[in-house]
Design a protein around this ligand. Structure first.
Ligand code: GLA
Length: 380
C-alpha cells in the first residue's frame, strides 16, 4: 500500500512526499454511548487510510484520491469549501486546525486506503486522522493525539454533517497493538486493556449493504438523547448527558418525552452499564459473559435504538444458531458489519455456513475480516 500510494504521488506531484497512515477501528461493546458521555471499548485495526503529503509553496491544496481517481484543488479559507466529497475531509481538518490558531500553507496530498467504506470500520475517521497527523507533523503544529482526534470529530460536525462522538477518531489516533481502549468519552480518560482472548477470535462479517440516510438517522438519534436529557435536567440539573442519568430518573420523565425518545434513552443508559459489566467480565477472562452482553447490545440496537437492518439481524441470528459466543452489529448501524466473538474451533464452520445462508437469502456474498488490533496514526 505504501509503495503504491508513493508512486501515485510521484506521478502526480513529483518527489519528496512523506507518507502517513491512520487505521480504522472495531468496537467490542459500547455503541452510541460516546456522544452521551459514556464509555466505549474500541481498538485500531490493520486496515488503514494513507496520506502522502508535501508543502507546495502556494496557498492552495492540490488533492488526489487514488482509489476514486478524483482530483480537487482548493484554498483554505472558509469560503473555499471544495465540492468533491473526499476533499471535504482534507479541507475540514485543515480548517479546524486554522480555527485553533495555526497557519496551514498549501500542500499537495494523495490519499488511498483499505478500510472498507460503509462497513462500520470508520474509514472517514481514519482519513481525518491520517490527514491531521500528517499536517501536524509537516507544519510542526504541536497538537497532541487526543487533540487530533477532536479535530477529526469537529471536521465531521462542521464539514461533513455527522454529529458523531469521539470514539472513531480517538481509536484511530490512539490505538495500540494488542489492546482495546477503555475510553471515558466525557473526560477522555482512557486505559489500554490488553485483548488476547485465548481460545477465541474476533471476526467481522460485512453485510455489504449501507442503507440510505444513515447520517441523518444518526443525527436524529443524538437529538432524541438530548431531548431526554433536557427533560431529566429540569428536576436533576446535574444531569448534563445521559451518562449522568439512571433508569429511575428516566422513568420520572416518561410522560414528558415521546415513546421513541424514551426507548432510545433507555438503550443508552443500559448500554453504558453493559460496557462496565463487560470490562469486569474481561478482567476475569469470562468470555461467556462478554458474549452475552454483545448479544444484549444487538437486541437493544435492533429493537430500542433501531439502527439495525434485516441483513444485520439475519447475521446475528446465524451466529446465535451456530453457538457463537457473542455477536452484534458494530458501529453506527444501518448496514456494515457484525462483530463476532467465536471459539477457535467453531470459527471456520460458522463463517462458511453463515456466509452461505446470507448469500442464499440476500444474493450477496458477505465479506469476512479477521480482527487484528494494531497501532494508531503514525508516519511511515
Ligand atoms: C459512529 C460514530 C461514533 C459512534 C458510533 C456508534 O461510528 O462515528 O462516534 O457514535 O457510530 O457507537
Amino acid at each position: 500500500m505504501k509503495e503504491k500510494i508513493q508512486k501515485v504521488f510521484k506521478e502526480k506531484f513529483g518527489d519528496g512526499g512523506m507518507t502517513y497512515t491512520s487505521p480504522g477501528r472495531i468496537n467490542l461493546i459500547g455503541e452510541h454511548t460516546d456522544y452521551n458521555g459514556g464509555f466505549v471499548l474500541p481498538g485500531a485495526i490493520d486496515k488503514a487510510m494513507y496520506a502522502v503529503v508535501k508543502p507546495n509553496g502556494t496557498d492552495k491544496v492540490r488533492a488526489f484520491a487514488a482509489d476514486l481517481n478524483e482530483s480537487s484543488e482548493f484554498g483554505l479559507e472558509e469560503k473555499d469549501k471544495p465540492q468533491e466529497g473526499f476533499a471535504k475531509y482534507i479541507f475540514g481538518v485543515a480548517r479546524e486546525m486554522i480555527k485553533r490558531g495555526k497557519s496551514i500553507p498549501g500542500f499537495d496530498i494523495v490519499i488511498s486506503g483499505d478500510v472498507p467504506l460503509g462497513a462500520g470500520m470508520s474509514s472517514s475517521a481514519a482519513l481525518e486522522s491520517a490527514v491531521g497527523y500528517a499536517l501536524n507533523d509537516q507544519y510542526k503544529l504541536g497538537f497532541t493525539r487526543p487533540e487530533l482526534a477532536t479535530i477529526g470529530q469537529s471536521t465531521e460536525h462542521n464539514y461533513v454533517g455527522v454529529k458523531c462522538g469521539i470514539m472513531d477518531q480517538f481509536a484511530s489516533c490512539m490505538g495500540k497493538e494488542g489492546s482495546l481502549i477503555r475510553l471515558d468519552c466525557r473526560s477522555l480518560e482512557h486505559q489500554y486493556v490488553p485483548f488476547d482472548p485465548k481460545g477465541y477470535q474476533l471476526v467481522l462479517l460485512n453485510t455489504c449493504v449501507t442503507h440510505e440516510l444513515a447520517s441523518s438517522a444518526y443525527n436524529k438519534r443524538r437529538e432524541s438523547c438530548e431531548r431526554v436529557v433536557e427533560a431529566i435536567a429540569k428536576k436533576h440539573p446535574e444531569v448534563k448527558l445521559l451518562r449522568d442519568a439512571n433508569l429511575d430518573q428516566l422513568k420520572e420523565v416518561k410522560d414528558q418525552v415521546s415513546a421513541e425518545d424514551y426507548m432510545r434513552a433507555e438503550f443508552v443508559i443500559e448500554e453504558i452499564q453493559r460496557l462496565l459489566d463487560t470490562c469486569a467480565a474481561l478482567e476475569k477472562g469470562d468470555y461467556a459473559t462478554v458474549g452475552k452482553k454483545m448479544y444484549a447490545t444487538h437486541e437493544g440496537l435492533s429493537k430500542k435504538y433501531e439502527v439495525s437492518c434485516p441483513e444485520l439481524d439475519f447475521l446475528n441470528d446465524q451466529a446465535k444458531v451456530a453457538g457463537v459466543t457473542g455477536s452484534r452489529v458494530m458501529g453506527g448501524g444501518f448496514g456494515g458489519c457484525t462483530i463476532n466473538l467465536v471459539k477457535d474451533d467453531l470459527k471456520d464452520k460458522f463463517v462458511k455456513e453463515a456466509s452461505a445462508a446470507y448469500e442464499k437469502k440476500f444474493g450477496i456474498k458477505p465479506k469476512v475480516y479477521d480482527v487484528v488490533i494494531k497501532d494508531g496514526a503514525r508516519k511511515l
